[in-house]
Design a protein around this ligand. Structure first.
Ligand code: NAD
Length: 293
């Protein structure tokens, strides 16, 4: 099956990045959120990011104009009727995604592929909500999608070989390297990553070191490009907690439990960089401006 038009549902940090990557690869993109205004805001953010690349001389202005012109903002899943592939990238919440999957399934044409960028939620369960289970798959981009090379493809129990082959080819056309994981809580990448982020939060909660000590320890001691608290702030603490809760509930092992500190930061609305405050505080340009606690 040939993919020409890609729908993206959720115009937040991941959905915006996925729309940018798809438009860069030459696809027509329909970018939807909970309202047209949110989708337009998402498109404006992509235009601003690419505008900076033009100012730095890294991209030609005509290239960016054409690329941004390929992104059409939309008010919701009802506008995905001409999409060959939809990537759902809304908030990490199972009830929301089940509802959105049904809405996408109703709007999309027969044979079109419905993918999710979920970090942890069962694709098999999402596929079971639709009338196209063989065309449902996980297409897990990393953050930020424009820079990170990996797309982790997740096969639901129902996913067909043809869907897998089409999504693999699409991700490769977007310049990505693909891995394939089985459908299990957190799949592969987050099964490894999230327990480490949560453990870093426990070390902070227990007062073993300052946030800077913890992050510097991982960067200089483990050669990680970012510290775990910085990375959790970048991912979004709401997303990290949602993934940790899925791992804990679905794997049933207390080693995956989330610390009270993480739960409190999320309850306070301190979601990390996107909220301007998480473990650290950020100025309006997204630059780190100090410690939050
Ligand atoms: P985000 O908070 O930046 O964006 C979520 C978007 O979903 C928002 O724009 C919000 O308005 C939209 N949304 C909420 N309800 C909606 C609805 N009813 N209809 C349409 N849109 C709706 O979150 P994010 O970091 O972009 O995460 C999105 C998805 O990507 C999640 O499933 C997350 O697990 C996954 N993911 C995140 C990362 C990361 O590092 N943040 C990495 C890989 C995958």
């Amino acid at each position: 099956m040939e993919i020409r038009t890609v729908g993206v549902l959720g115009a937040g940090q991941m959905g915006g990045g996925i729309a940018q990557v798809a438009a860069t690869a030459g696809y027509e993109v329909v970018l939807a959120d909970a309202s047209l205004a949110l989708a337009e805001k998402g498109k404006a953010k992509i235009a601003a990011i690419l505008g900076k690349q033009v100012e730095k001389g890294k991209l030609a202005a005509e290239v960016v104009t054409a690329l941004v012109g390929r992104i059409r903002p939309a008010s919701g899943p009802a506008e995905f009727s001409d999409c060959d592939l939809v990537v759902e990238a809304a908030t990490e919440n199972v009830e929301l995604k089940l509802k959105l999957f049904q809405a996408c399934d109703e709007a999309m044409k027969p044979g079109a592929i419905l993918a999710s960028n979920t970090s942890s939620i069962s694709l098999t369960k999402l596929a079971g909500q639709t009338k196209r289970p063989a065309e449902v798959i996980g297409m897990h981009f990393m953050n930020p999608p424009a820079l990170m090379k990996l797309v982790e493809i997740v096969r639901a129990v129902q996913t067909s070989e043809e869907t897998l082959a089409t999504v693999r080819a699409t991700a490769e056309k977007m310049g990505k390297t693909v891995t394939v994981s089985k459908d299990a809580p957190g799949f592969l990448v987050n099964r490894i990553l999230v327990p480490m982020l949560v453990e870093a939060c426990f070390t902070l909660q227990e007062g073993l070191g300052t946030p800077e000590d913890i992050d510097t320890g991982a960067k200089l001691g483990l050669n990680h490009p970012m510290g775990p608290l910085e990375l959790a702030d970048l991912i979004g603490l709401d997303t990290v907690l949602a993934i940790a809760d899925v791992l804990h509930r679905d794997l049933g092992d207390s080693k995956y439990r989330a610390p009270t500190l993480l739960r409190n930061l999320v309850a306070a609305g301190w979601y990390g960089k996107k909220a301007g405050r998480g473990f650290y505080v950020y100025d309006d340009k997204g630059q780190r401006a100090g410690r939050a606690l």
